[in-house]
Design a protein around this ligand. Sequence first.
Ligand code: FAD
Length: 422
Amino acid sequence: MKINIIGAGLGGLLSAASLAIEGHEVEVFEKLPITGGRFTNIEYHGFSLSTGALHMIPHGSTGPLGNLLRKIGADVEIVPCKPMAMIRIPANGANDYKSGFKDISFNQYGSQFSMWNRLKLSILLITTRRWPPKNISFENWIRKYLNEDSAHKTANSFCGWALSLTNRDVPAEEAFEIFENLYRYGGTGIPMGGCKGVTDALVEIIRSNGGIIHKNTEVSRIIVKDNTARGVIANGKKHYSDIVISNIGHPFTRDLYESGTIDNAYEEKINNAKPSAGIKICLAADKPLIGHNGILLTPYCRRINGINEVTNTDPNLAPSGKHLVMAHQSVQQENIDKLEEEIEIGLQDLKEVFPNNKYEVILTQSYYDGWPVNRASSGSDIGNITPIDNLYVVGDGAKGEGGIEVEGVALGVMNTLDIIKQ
Ligand code: FAD
C-alpha cells in the first residue's frame, strides 16, 4: 500500500518506520527543516537541549515505546532512572524550602504521614488497583481519602511534571491507570543521545527500507473523495495514496479537508480536547545539582513541578565537565498570556531549590497552542479514527488509554497499525 504521513514527529516517524519495514511505500511530509517534532535535540553551545521533551521515556525500555522500538529494530539504548524519583520535602514542617529541605524517595514517601494515614495509604494502594475510582478528580480523591496537604502537593507536582496539568484537571481514573502502568511496565528511562537518539534511529529505519522523508514540505490539503482520504497536497503538488496518517492532532487535521457531512459528535470531541501548556527552564552547572538520573519532584515550589539532570546518564548531552539540568512547570490556561511572569516565578523557585549552587540559566522555553506539551491533555484523547475513511491521526492528540506522553503516542501508533491491517 502507498501511505502518506503528515508530520515527522515521534508518532509520524514511528508509524512510517513500522509500515516501511512491512514493505509499504511510505512518504513523510514535514514542514520544518528538521525531523522529530517535539522529540529532538537543539544544539546550543555544546548542550543538547530539546524541542520539547525532557529527554525522558516514562516507562523506560520496558514500556510501550521501548517495546515498539525493539520490535522494529531501532538502535536506541534506554538507561533506567535510579531512583525513579525523589521528593524534596521542606525541613521542620515548613511550607517552602527557604529554611532547608531533605530529599526522600518515592518508596519512603508514606513515612512522613500520620500513623492513621499510613495505614489508610497501604489499604488504598491495594483497593484502588482492584476498584479504580470513577467520576472524581485526582485532587478531590486525595482530599477525600488522605486529607494530607503534602499528599495533595506531591500529587500536583507529579501531574505537573508528567502531564503538565494540575491534579484538579486529571480524572482520578486516569491517574490510577498511570500508576497501574508504572506497576505493569516499570519506571522512567533516558535514551542515550536524548530525544534525537530515538527519532534519528527511526529516520534511519525509514530510509533504509525505501521510505521517503520530505523536509521543508508543508501539507496544505488532504485530498478527500467520497468521504475517503486519497492523498495530500504538499508544496502545491498532489501526492496520491491509499491511506493518510496525520501526526498533527485532530483539530489541525480537520482544518485540512472539506467534508460533505459534518460529524457533530467528532466536532464536539475536538472542541473538548484541550492542549496542555508548560515552561521548561534549562540550566548549565559545573557540578551536579541533583546528583542522580531520576526526577526530583518539588511539591513545595510555587511553580516548578520537577527537575532532572540527564547528564548523569549521558554526559555527551553537555560539554565535557558540565551538567544539563531541566526544570518543568505546567502553565494553566488562564496564565498563557502572562508567560514572562510565570517564568520569573519559576526562576525564583529554582533559587530556593538550589540555594548554594552555582548555575547559569541557558534557555527558557514556553509551550502552548500549536506547539504544546500535549495536544490532548490526559483523559481527553480522541483516538486514532476520523470521520473520513482511510484517514488516521497519531501522536499526542491521539494517545492510547492510560499512556503517558510518548508511551501514549506509541500505544496510539500500535492501535492505528492494527486498524490498518484489518
Ligand atoms: P509532534 O512533535 O507534534 O510533531 C508533529 C510534526 O508535524 C512537527 O514536526 C510539525 O512541524 C509537523 N507539521 C505540523 N503541521 C504540518 C503540516 N501541515 N505539514 C507538514 N508537517 C506538519 N514526553 C515524554 O515522554 N517525556 C518527556 O520527558 C516529555 N517532556 C516534555 C516536555 C515538554 C516541555 C514538552 C513540550 C513535551 C514533553 N513531552 C514529553 C511530550 C512529547 O514531547 C510529545 O508527546 C511528543 O513529542 C509528541 O509527538 P507527536 O507524535 O505528537 O508529534
